[in-house]
Design a protein around this ligand. Structure first.
Ligand code: 5GP
Length: 194
């Protein structure tokens, strides 16, 4: 997605060869017009899939996911990162390790809001090692629902998450695909500016 690539080039900060900071439009301050354009792009890619629910993880997935859900006219559900909920039996729980933050979170979704027969579109801000996406997909499967696809705003294609999701048979649609972050430069996978 060209608009997103331009925004990343203009405002993204390369923190290391592994980590990109985009706090001016996605991870702290949010650009609503860009989020709307992102929502439209996800909808154009998943319009034929009879999605019944959009699922993301708090907090940075919520902005692109709410736009997508609004345009698809379905609810948005977000997984929470609250550890204290695990003693309850009315939630689905999965472990998600964050390589960027070096912590393992338990993510939870209330059983009330996901059910067998749901066709779920998973959305997240970044794809790195695939931990968050796999955790969300496992929750969908715990509910007996179906993962219709996974929509990613920024994929770091040089990390292994994309390959793992492809190998597991998921349909992944990433709006910006980053080939490398070396030398302080963002380089995109060549054919990704559609
Ligand atoms: P994964 O679970 O695929 O390993 O990592 C994805 C999650 O980690 C995303 O939800 C995002 O919050 C965070 N993340 C991973 N890499 C980056 C990065 O380069 N920049 C930012 N801002 N977040 C990242």
């Amino acid at each position: 997605m060209k608009l997103l690539q331009e925004k990343i080039q203009a405002e993204g900060i390369v923190l290391s060869d592994q980590v990109l900071k985009v706090d001016s439009f996605l991870n702290h301050q949010i650009d609503p017009q860009l989020m709307l354009a992102i929502g439209k792009e996800f909808v154009s890619r998943f319009a034929q899939d009879q999605i019944t629910k959009v699922l993301t993880i708090e907090s940075s997935g919520i902005a692109p996911a709410i736009m997508t859900a609004m345009l698809l006219n379905v609810p948005l559900l977000f997984a929470r990162k609250q550890k204290s909920l695990t003693l309850q039996n009315n939630v689905y729980v999965e472990q998600v390790h964050s390589f960027t933050k070096q912590v393992t979170n338990e993510i939870t979704v209330s059983k009330k809001f996901l059910e067998e027969g749901d066709k779920v579109l998973i959305i997240d801000d970044f794809l790195a090692h695939g931990e968050a996406a796999f955790g969300l997909a496992k929750i969908v499967r715990q509910a007996g629902a179906e993962v219709a696809g996974i929509g990613i705003v920024i994929e770091k294609s040089f990390q292994n998450g994309r390959a793992k999701l492809d190998d597991a048979g998921f349909r992944v649609e990433s709006l910006a695909r980053i080939k490398s972050l070396t030398d302080g430069q963002v380089r995109f996978v060549e054919d990704s500016a559609v």
